[in-house]
Structure formats: structure tokens, C-alpha cells
Design a protein around this ligand. Structure first.
Ligand SMILES: [Zn+2]
Length: 150
């Protein structure tokens, strides 16, 4: 099994436990939004390996390319340059460098917390997306033994 499949499986287990805890202790009843949370959790589980030649790198940089192209074509050069700058950060470090730290696990998904504050009209983001991203990210760190739980 390739590495990304192991991280997807780890993210799946972590997400399942998260939903189970919500159901058992917070009387949560799952709705369709849970599928989006799941997708965000899977992206969080893959993100740390964006710093090396991996499926995660191809996925995220392919997405960055599409978004950056759209921003350039619509004349949003400042936003395009900011995306380009921040997209460079993971690949200037070593593999299992800063992207594999606990601090990064909390900071990288933080735009999901900030988005509803700066763009409330989008009606998305917030804690309900941040927590699944964080859970996925942490599952990656546990599997890579950056967080030693076993
Ligand atoms: Zn990793």
C-alpha cells in the first residue's frame, strides 16, 4: 500500500472516531455536511506530504495551478502572487520538515477559521471545517510517528 493510501486510511479512522464521539457524547445527528467534513479531513490527512514528490503534492499543486490561473485571468494579480508565494513555502524545506510539526497542524487549516470572518457572505468555513482538517492533519503526524501515541 502506498503511503498516501495509508494516510487516507488513517484519516478515515480518525474521522470515524470523531463522528462517533460527536454522536455518543454530543447527541450529534449526521447530515449531508458530514461528507464535506470528511473530504476536508482527507485533505488534512494528505497535506503534510506536500513537501515531497507525492500524490498530495500533485493534488495540491494541481489545484493551486488552476486557482492561480483563474486569478491571473480575472486580473487578481495580488491574490495570484500571494497564492504563489505561500504555495512555494512547503517545497523550500526538507521532507518531514515544518509541514510535519504540531504547530503547522494548527496553523495550516486556520484559514478555515478566518474565512467566515473576512467573507461571511460565503457562508462556509469555521470550526466545523477546521476541526476535521486538524484531525486529518494530526492523523498524518501520528502515522508518520511525529506524534508518538504508540
Ligand atoms: Zn508525512
Amino acid at each position: 500500500m502506498s503511503l498516501y493510501k495509508g494516510h487516507l486510511a488513517g484519516g478515515f479512522v480518525a474521522f470515524f472516531l470523531y463522528i462517533l464521539i460527536l454522536i455518543l457524547f454530543f447527541s450529534f445527528s449526521p447530515k449531508a455536511d458530514v461528507l464535506i467534513w470528511f473530504g476536508v479531513c482527507m485533505l488534512g490527512a494528505l497535506w503534510p506530504d506536500v513537501d515531497t514528490n507525492s500524490m498530495a503534492q500533485r493534488l495540491f499543486y494541481g489545484t493551486f495551478l488552476v486557482i492561480d490561473s483563474f486569478l491571473i485571468l480575472t486580473g487578481k494579480y495580488k491574490e495570484a502572487s500571494l497564492l504563489g508565494f505561500f504555495a512555494l513555502l512547503p517545497i523550500v524545506g526538507k521532507h518531514r520538515g515544518w509541514t510535519h510539526t504540531l504547530l503547522a497542524a494548527f496553523i495550516i487549516p486556520s484559514p478555515l477559521l478566518i474565512l467566515p470572518l473576512i467573507k461571511p457572505e460565503l457562508n462556509t468555513g469555521g470550526l466545523e471545517l477546521y476541526v476535521p482538517a486538524l484531525i486529518g492533519y494530526l492523523s498524518h503526524l501520528v502515522l508518520d510517528r511525529e506524534l508518538r501515541l504508540y
